[in-house]
Design a protein around this ligand. Structure first.
Ligand code: ATP
Length: 460
């Protein structure tokens, strides 16, 4: 594991307004983060591109924006109250908390899936594994810990419960609206419902920056099919997920597929494949795709008063559809993109520059506009150009310091193009455009600027 490789990225994120530690003025609030101005732009670009790619550009998809708080029975029906648990142990000496399966699997290099709490406790006590933090061997008994955050509602009469849960996945909000979509949207199977939104998990061992946090965003699809179509649909969605990785510019050499063995599948899944990314701290899950069968709709069919059936209007056949679920974590996408894009280059003059080689479709700033000097005539021309371009894509105006320093600032943000307005601009209406990756400059007429940038950035 090379955690050190993550440190400069974490530092850059804070220094340049991508990602700040959560609640920092109160000493921090562990495993929460706040996306600063450039992080928020990056995140928005990813979500917009995903929505365009998977919802707007497809005839078989619709999107929703469901609530975070769902009826508590949802989680009973989905199995989360009973099974969304991790087994944990505490070190009595240093009070650190661990997932016992992680401790054992790392220490013994074997799969401990399916063992009871007592068996896990005995295995740990009889092993040579000590606390990874303090080195002592003084663990509590293993116990189950449900990962859902609970919150208290003002007392309701509904089925006697006033506990609500912050959703641990966006998927259930989609299942709860399945019937509404079928009744109002004239959709025909196969079709999918997509959603982007927050999910919350009280993770026992969060960490690795934004890789595992307690509040995160998911971009999820539930794709409804006939049972017989599940294998072809699964394969086709898996390919679409790879195409997405390519679209946002992830390095294909860092991506690998991991098939979940049958004994490790979640209670609802018949097949799961993870798309793994080679993070600086090891190969870990970036995205996942699962064949959830008809488990969820069947469960809601049992617990809710409304039947979850679909009626095929041509054959009058009634059935509960099966589901393929491609799921994408927004925060892990951002981390993978940052790790891929980050580079420290040595230049010909032996100076170094830090640069983020973001693909232009996700780069937070598309072009930066610099007046060569902070002089009235140059500034007003530069502002005019800034206003012209900024209505089409996100631009930044920067008149502070030497041009070289302004280039370095934009390199660190991953801005693909910098435009300089100089005295020649005032004479012949041309500007220099500098490419982030090659650092080459060319002069182009202002009249061609917008179309030229649109072509280079590959945007409308
Ligand atoms: P892991 O095995 O890493 O805990 P998971 O298999 O439980 O992940 P899923 O339930 O499949 O994750 O969630 C879908 C996606 O949501 C994941 O592929 C990941 O991108 C993202 N995700 C899940 N948990 C977290 C978390 N704690 N922090 C950030 N992103 C997360």
């Amino acid at each position: 594991m090379d955690l050190d490789n993550l440190k400069p990225i974490v530092a850059l994120c804070k220094r340049r307004g991508f990602i700040y530690p959560g609640s920092e003025i109160y000493g921090g609030f562990a495993n929460t983060y706040s996306y600063g101005p450039y992080g928020a732009e990056l995140k928005k670009n990813i979500k917009d591109l995903w929505w365009k790619n998977f919802v707007r550009q497809r005839e078989d998809m619709v999107g929703i924006d469901g609530p975070i708080l769902l009826h508590p029975l949802t989680w009973k029906a989905s199995g989360h109250i009973e099974s969304f648990n991790d087994a944990l142990v505490d070190c009595k000496a240093c009070k650190s908390r661990f997932r016992i399966d992680h401790l054992l699997e790392e220490g013994l290099k074997k799969n401990v899936e399916g063992l009871s709490l007592q068996e896990l406790t005995d295995l740990l006590n009889n092993s040579k594994i000590n606390c990874p933090r303090c080195g002592k061997k003084d663990f509590t008994e293993a116990r189950h810990f449900n990962l859902m955050f609970q919150t208290q509602m003002s007392k309701t009469s509904e089925k006697g419960s006033d506990v609500a849960y912050l959703r641990p996945e966006t998927a259930q909000a989609i299942f709860l609206d399945f019937k509404n979509i079928v009744d109002t949207m004239r959709v025909k199977i196969p079709f999918g419902i997509a959603q982007i939104g927050k999910a919350f998990r009280n993770e026992i061992t969060p960490g690795n920056f934004i890789f595992r946090v307690i509040e995160f965003e998911q971009m999820e699809i539930e794709y409804f099919i006939q049972e017989a179509a599940w294998q072809t649909s699964f394969e086709s969605w898996l390919q679409d997920m790879h195409k997405w990785c390519h679209l946002i510019g992830l390095n294909p050499n860092k991506l690998k597929e991991k098939e979940h063995p049958q004994e490790k599948l979640s209670h609802y899944s018949k097949r799961t494949v993870d798309i793994m990314y080679e993070f600086p701290f090891g190969l870990n899950e970036l995205y996942g795709i699962a064949y959830r069968t008809d488990f969820d709709l069947n469960q809601h069919n049992k617990y809710a008063d409304i039947k979850q059936e679909y009626i095929d209007r041509t054959t009058n056949q009634k059935y509960i559809p099966h589901v393929i679920e491609p799921t994408f974590g927004v925060d892990r996408t951002i981390l993978a993109l940052l790790c891929d894009a980050y580079d420290v280059e040595t230049l010909e003059n032996n100076e170094t520059r830090t640069v983020l080689h973001f693909a232009s479709n996700i780069a937070p700033v598309k072009a930066a506009i610099f007046p060569l000097m902070n002089k009235e005539d140059l500034s007003s021309k530069a502002r005019e150009i800034f206003r012209m371009l900024n209505t089409h894509f996100n631009c930044e105006y920067d008149d502070g310091g030497a041009i070289g320093r302004r280039y370095r600032r934009q390199d660190e943000l991953g801005t693909p193009y910098c435009l300089t307005i100089d005295y020649q601009t005032l004479e012949d209406n041309t500007v220099t455009i500098r490419d982030r990756d090659s650092m080459k400059q060319e002069r182009i007429p202002i009249s061609n600027l917008l179309s030229c940038l649109k072509e280079k950035l590959n945007c409308d």
